[in-house]
Design a protein around this ligand. Sequence first.
Ligand SMILES: O=C(O)C(=O)C[C@]1(C(=O)O)C=C[C@@H](O)C=C1
Length: 295
Amino acid sequence: MKSIAVLPQGTVSHEALLHLFGDEPVRIVHHKLISDVFLSTAGGSTDYSVIPIENTIEGSVSLHIDWLINEVNLPMQAEWIYPSVQNLISNPGELMDSSGHKDYSKVVKILSHPVAMAQCLQFVREHAPQAELESVGSTSEAVEIVKNNPGKGWAAIGTALGASTHNLEIVDRKITDHHNNYTRFVLVGPHKLALPQKSAGDKTSILVTLPEDFPGALHQVLSAFAWRRLNLSRIESRPTKKKLGTYYFYIDVLEPIESVLLPAAIEEIKALGCQVRILGSYPTYTYEEEKAEVQ
Ligand SMILES: O=C(O)C(=O)C[C@]1(C(=O)O)C=C[C@@H](O)C=C1
């Protein structure tokens, strides 16, 4: 049975993992912090880690991408998309007035994961602008802290699974500022993975470091893909963290590494003097609404 490291029970990551594996039994190992999720697989305690890397509203989850690039050497083995449905959660009855209506003026503090918080900022500004905002390691940790602090007017932004895990009340459902709110997850680990569902196609993620003082280098890198008609779905610069103003380019190509043209493009890019690291070549899975559980 595969063992998989993921953020705590009731997080979006946990829901996404359950969705990806469906009926296949897996051993789930929860960790409070994403760094421990990474380190669990890097240290050999688990086969794979579940890592959120991009969100519709917030864009790239920079911390996680930087961990993938700088802190571990774990190839990406699968990518899938899962909706981030966030809710306002409190201890039962705590945000109600004496006639049982919601009273947002009672909210003193709202806790959540910073990415989930950013997805609901308009809701917070509109309903509880007075609330202090506090970032924690996951949405589920936020729910747990609220549970352990009853009577203080604290609320969490988190999933329905998080609320039921900790027996708390959902005060407001689906509070993200845009309803089409999805997160892109990757499964990272040393071994290839075979999943029963049909993939939407393969992707290869590469990291390119440009040579210094080479005007037009990025243009030439992109040309190596363009004239071969290799489709890119993402290009993003991340700081190398070694010297101010120096960057890696993180590039997703919609082709498997075994395709005829991609290795040739990579060789051409290397010949320009760039360093190239393959972060993974893996199947991608789209989210099928009708197969998902209703939240
Ligand atoms: O805190 C959680 O519930 C997580 O799974 C983490 C995380 C993230 O790191 O981006 C995952 C997806 C959500 O959109 C918000 C937070």
